[in-house]
Ligand binder design. Structure first.
Ligand code: GLN
Ligand code: ZN
Length: 771
């Protein structure tokens, strides 16, 4: 049987983000549901025909989604809370779940929330360790399920009508339930398995009746730590599904890691194929070959679906030849769905040609799979030219002076543990800083950014297009900064920020000023719904040719006698929100970023900054999927943060900010960061989340957010006083700072002004001696 190729899923948003614009037109009432459906149909047809012409044998369907594939599955299973059903048409119900109804959706780095309106959006969270967000299924005790949408069948028939027999993709039942959130404490989502299985069974029968020969059931939960009960649930589920439609082949699909102890379960499930991620876990190929029954088709995820580098095809071919000789039924695929990669390198005309030569986006990855397929089916000689080209790219990348900077490497080698430690311990630093800063009790500050108004965005766009000169843009930004500083003084904030008006994005701004980073024009990746990101590409050793923020900081400080915070994005966050090179370890790249930032921190101090904040918004989301891997990650991640901030004297105060509040399981690592002050998100949870920091477990100072910046409403003085009183019950009053939950860039000045005035009033009230 010849080797074939699959994609597991293809980018949905279209070559020019057509889906984004179609959705936004529909949501704003500028186009009809019919128009949206037509536009979506055209995108699906485009993806199918592109994959067909690239030679994909197993073209997926139902991988497309108008918002999110997990939400689609909820719609299929009838897992739709009553309130949403009443909204209107199925499409209106669907978007009400995704976005809320009459509600305002707010996004900040890493998450989004809906507020107000009559129906809130369903919660969203990150899909495993990706930057893609899914809509979390709500599961309640005794919940019933029924087939309420035939989207997967419809999509299959739509492709069939175009002459493409596809392999429908479904989120598997066990992963679906495990991704859900119980509405009631103590509910085990898997207790609902018997409720969902008949619906899955019905769906498989309908797909078979429509002419499907195989389906792809995604069970990425297999790469997580599973209990015996969960493994038994998988056996039960696939027993039922195998019987449901006996002629239909099931490709059980795993990704984002190795199966480890779950492999023996996976290879014995009654399915016809198993997909393995051999990029994250190359070692499991040998185990799978040894353990899998001879009739189990293996789908090998050999090109990286999570990154943008060209594969080393000669190496891969060499690894695959024995497997191909030994097994019937081999499929080659990316490690995971190509949803997580940009679509086509052909759209990047402005990239450095060397860097471009090292990259492969979704379309190029399929071409790589095609070369491997031909190499296995027809022999190496059939693909000699392609292998030579791949070898040449590998060699050029390996030796390019654009990547390898001996000075950076020498510096990384010379890092000592001492460099990641402040001079004095916290109590010494605290005394030195208090003497120098002379701040009142409950000092007030903000997280960094002020509203990125239309005016700011317009000026930036004009400057990018060279319609606004450097000098005019600079003058504009100075005026914005001046206004912000004056206003902060006026309302009586204690520690000021410059407002970040000059920053397009908290990672991109730094990437553009560091060497080793490249930026694309069209390499968009879906984050959720209509939101897309264009992550920077870290291709080489990282260094800082010149100070990145000192000029703006110094200008802002020159306007006031109050302390102006230096404001930087931390090394882990820069790493986490970029495409990272794969020729050295992530920890090494992170260390390079940390050293570059260390120089910036030291330069800020030398310029006179008394307080420097280093944001680590993405520290938590970098946690590995398997707990056993947490300590290693936290070890280097925290080490890199400390390396970045420890070059300063004791009297210089280091702040960090994290825009989430879930610290219970990593509180020791957070404490180990040893930031003098940390600001976190707590307003919405009524300070409950301070649990982790209470009980003397966290010695340093904390600013628990008292203003929920994700909501358009103005918090009252009383509310904020109450929140701070609550915080004061768990923490020493002299540990507390007063600040919002996160940066204010997504808000309007009309909202920010009264909220911060109230916040300052709340802090002053707490300073008054108790009556
Ligand atoms: N300093 C950044 C800001 O205020 C922090 C943003 C974030 O953590 N997401 O916008
Ligand atoms: Zn934040």
């Amino acid at each position: 049987m010849p080797v074939t190729i699959a994609t597991l899923g293809f980018p949905r948003i279209g070559p020019r983000r057509e889906l984004k614009f179609a959705l936004e037109r529909y949501w704003s009432g500028k186009s009809s549901a019919e128009t949206l459906e037509d536009e979506a149909r055209a995108l699906r047809a485009g993806a199918w025909s592109r994959q067909r012409s690239l030679g994909v044998d197993h073209v997926p369907s139902n991988d497309f989604s108008l918002y999110d594939h997990v939400l689609d599955m909820s719609a299929v299973l009838g897992a739709v809370p009553q309130a949403y059903r009443a909204v209107g048409t199925p499409l209106e119900t669907y978007f009400a779940m995704a976005r809320g109804r009459g509600a305002v959706i707010e996004a900040c780095a890493g998450h989004s929330h809906a507020h107000g309106g009559d129906l809130p959006a369903q919660e969203m969270t990150k899909w495993f360790d990706t930057n893609y967000h899914y809509v979390v299924p709500r599961l309640s005790p005794g919940q019933t399920f029924e087939l309420t949408s035939t989207k997967p069948v419809d999509a299959f028939l739509e492709a069939k009508a175009l002459g493409v027999t596809t392999r429908p993709v479904l989120v598997g039942p066990v992963s679906y339930l495990k991704l859900g959130k119980a509405t009631q404490d103590g509910l085990d989502p898997l207790s609902l398995l018997d409720g969902v299985l008949p619906v899955y069974a019905e769906l498989l029968r309908r797909l078979a009746a429509a002419g499907a020969e195989s389906v792809q059931l995604d069970e990425p939960c297999l790469v997580l730590d599973l209990t015996n009960v969960e493994r038994a649930a998988l056996r039960r589920a696939y027993g039922v599904l195998a019987d449901a439609a006996p002629g239909l082949k099931i490709m059980l699909t795993t990704y984002f890691g190795g199966l480890g102890p779950n492999l023996s379960t996976a290879v014995t499930l009654p399915v016809s194929g198993l997909h393995l991620d051999l990029v994250r876990a190359p070692g499991q190929l040998a185990d799978a070959l040894a353990q899998a029954p001879a009739d189990l088709t293996l789908s090998l995820g050999v090109v990286d679906g999570r990154n943008i580098w060209r594969a080393n095809l000669s190496n891969l071919l060499q690894r695959l030849e024995p497997a191909a000789a030994e097994r019937r039924g081999l499929i080659l695929a990316p490690s995971c769905s190509l949803l997580h990669t940009p679509l086509d390198l052909a759209q990047e005309s402005a990239l450095d040609p060397d860097v471009r030569g090292w990259l492969a986006f979704a379309a190029q990855k399929v071409e790589e799979l095609d070369v491997l397929r031909r190499g296995l089916n027809e022999g190496r000689s059939a693909v000699r030219a392609e292998l030579e080209a791949s070898d040449a790219a590998v060699a050029s990348r390996r030796s390019s002076p654009k990547i390898h900077d001996p000075a950076v490497q020498a510096r990384v080698h010379a890092v000592t543990p001492r460099m990641a430690r402040r001079e004095g311990d916290f109590s010494e630093r605290r005394a030195a800083q208090a003497a120098r800063l002379n701040l009142p009790a409950y000092p007030t500050t903000t997280i960094g950014s002020f509203p990125q108004t239309q005016g700011v965005r317009k000026a930036r766009a004009a400057h990018d297009k060279r319609a606004l000169s450097d000098a005019d843009y600079d003058a504009f930004l100075r005026a914005e900064t001046l206004d912000a500083v004056r206003w902060q003084e006026e309302i009586g904030l204690d520690v000021l920020v410059h407002g970040e008006f000059e920053r397009n994005d908290m990672v991109q701004y730094f990437g553009e000023r560091l060497s080793g980073f490249a930026f694309t024009q069209n390499a968009w990746v879906q984050s959720y719904g209509s939101r897309c990101v264009r992550p920077p590409i870290i291709f080489g050793d990282i260094s800082r040719p010149a100070p990145m923020t000192v000029g703006w900081w110094a200008y802002a400080q020159s306007l006031t006698d109050l302390p102006m915070k230096g404001m930087l994005t931390g090394p882990v966050t820069i790493l986490q929100w970029s495409f990272v090179r794969d020729d050295i370890s992530r920890s090494q790249t992170c260390r390079q970023i940390a050293l570059a930032l260390r120089d910036e921190v030291v330069d800020l101090e030398a310029a006179g900054a008394k307080i420097i904040q280093v944001d680590e918004a993405a520290l938590r989301e970098g946690l590995p999927l398997q707990r056993a891997d947490w300590p290693v990650y936290l070890g280097w991640a925290i080490g890199c943060f400390r390396l970045a901030v420890s070059g300063v004297r004791d009297e210089t105060q280091i702040h960090t900010h994290m825009c989430y509040s879930d610290f219970n399981d990593i509180i020791e690592a957070i404490a180990a960061m040893d930031a003098d002050v940390i600001s976190i998100e707590t307003a919405r949870s009524q300070m409950e989340l301070l649990e982790a920091f209470s009980g003397g477990g966290y010695p340093n100072e904390i600013g628990p957010g008292v203003y929920d910046i994700h909501a358009p409403r103005t918090p009252t003085v009383e509310e904020m006083v109450e929140l701070l009183r609550k915080a004061g019950e768990r923490l020493a009053p002299d540990q507390l700072w007063v600040n919002p939950d996160c940066g204010l860039k997504t808000r309007k000045w009309e909202e920010v002004r009264p909220a911060l005035v109230n916040m300052v009033t709340a802090a002053r009230r707490l300073r008054e001696p108790a009556a």
